[in-house]
Design a binder for this molecule. Sequence first.
Ligand SMILES: Cc1cc2nc3c(=O)[nH]c(=O)nc-3n(C[C@H](O)[C@H](O)[C@H](O)COP(=O)(O)OP(=O)(O)OC[C@H]3O[C@@H](n4cnc5c(N)ncnc54)[C@H](O)[C@@H]3O)c2cc1C
Length: 473
Amino acid sequence: MTLVEQLRSTLGSERVHSHPLELLIYNKDAGATSGEVAAAVLPETTQEVAACVRIARDHGMPIVARGAGTGLAGGAVPEDPALLIVLTRMNRIWEVDDHARTAWVGAGVFNLDLSRATDHLGLHYAPDPSSQAACTIGGNVATNAGGPHCLAEGTTVAHILGLEMVTAEGDVLILGGKAPDPPGLDLRAVVVGSEGTLGIVTKVLVKLTENPPAVRTLLLTFDSIEAAAAAVSDTIAAGIVPAALEMMDQPMVIAVENFIKGGLPVDAVAVLLAELVGLESGVTAEAEIVERISREAGATSVKVAADEAERALLWKARKNAFGAVAQAAPDYYLHDTVVPRTKLAEVISQVYAIGERYGIKMLNVFHAGDGNLHPLVAYDSREPGMSERVRTAAEEMVRVSVAAGGSLTGEHGVGLEKRDLMGLVFEPVDLDAQARLRDAFDGVGLLNPGKVLPRGARCYDYGLNVLPGETAS
Ligand SMILES: Cc1cc2nc3c(=O)[nH]c(=O)nc-3n(C[C@H](O)[C@H](O)[C@H](O)COP(=O)(O)OP(=O)(O)OC[C@H]3O[C@@H](n4cnc5c(N)ncnc54)[C@H](O)[C@@H]3O)c2cc1C
């Protein structure tokens, strides 16, 4: 039987797609790269995932796991034809233990659905990528996703207690668990952020966080990026770590205001959104300190959200920022680098200079507290040469971030996009250690080949269609 026939006899025809038109939506993620999918399957159980892995393995067909495809680094985009295992039907919340504050959830559960499902218990799942209405917990685990509220709470890895995972051999492993310090090697942490290269995550044991008793949300305006950046680093230097500390520059505020019509301060050169959570007395005191420090740094206005509706509007503005760019241009390229907080203003001015040099429209919205920059280029890919210009400019932005003591990616992952830039932050010996670990999980390069690690050594760079000693059918 062919690969597709065997998959159909296992899952039924409805859940196996192989027609080029059906596969069109799977050739891309939310980033700028596109690839080639041989077939896409929609399993509903761990056993079905394991069966698909074994079938693909028998046919020498590489496998790429896919959640909702909101990734921005091409992680779920196959470079060479591959079987896509799409986890979105594995969207059951299996167990919520409000006493232990944990939940076992299917990898395909949407991030926001989990917090909605536990809200009545006064609990939520803390990592909140701006894509949280659409991205899956499995995708979040694979990319170690961050989000506005990860500044104080930590990124995904700090909220994952355990995992169920299908290996490259089609076996099912449980890593980690409810015990606070499980014995043995911490493979759970190794798998978080591994971008589908070590196994296919099917269930996740997450930590749930108490909804804060009090919240204070501030919108602060500045007449320079430097002043806003100083407010960010001075606040944290003063020992206050807000739950969230986000920055938008003027072009982004204007784009968002045109989109949501929320009365945002479009005259400000930079805007900070700061959120403080905790006990009422604590947030009141901290909000006063943030306001004082920000005014000393040059804040021109400070507005405190008066009620939940105003707070929700401010967060709607922040979380719709990328979508708002659609009015500015048909395409966008969203970057993700990290710089030391103290270098924010310096690197952003270099980023603007790069944009000007390449004649591209730049907007910025980012997790300022983490030093996690998201320069966004709005462009029209139909313009001849434009996509290449945007990519070259984007690479320069990575280089200036790294030169400032930062890193390649803060949260979107390496995928295809940053794979060939890994040498900027890792020595060959570091890359080799990662490659050897990967070999230990997947000795034949079956899982997401060609992703994360640069090509050049070991089986991950074969991009195998045929496993050693086997013939493709
Ligand atoms: C508008 C917008 C805003 C965003 N904001 C943020 C943000 O604030 N923070 C942030 O971190 N990211 C953000 N992202 C990026 C993206 O949403 C995250 O990377 C998210 O974690 C991807 O989840 P997904 O389900 O869409 O995964 P996919 O895009 O489908 O896959 C991403 C990677 O994970 C792997 N993968 C997916 N599921 C599994 C699984 N079950 N087992 C093993 N590997 C798997 C894939 O192979 C791929 O390498 C944003 C994206 C958009 C479009």
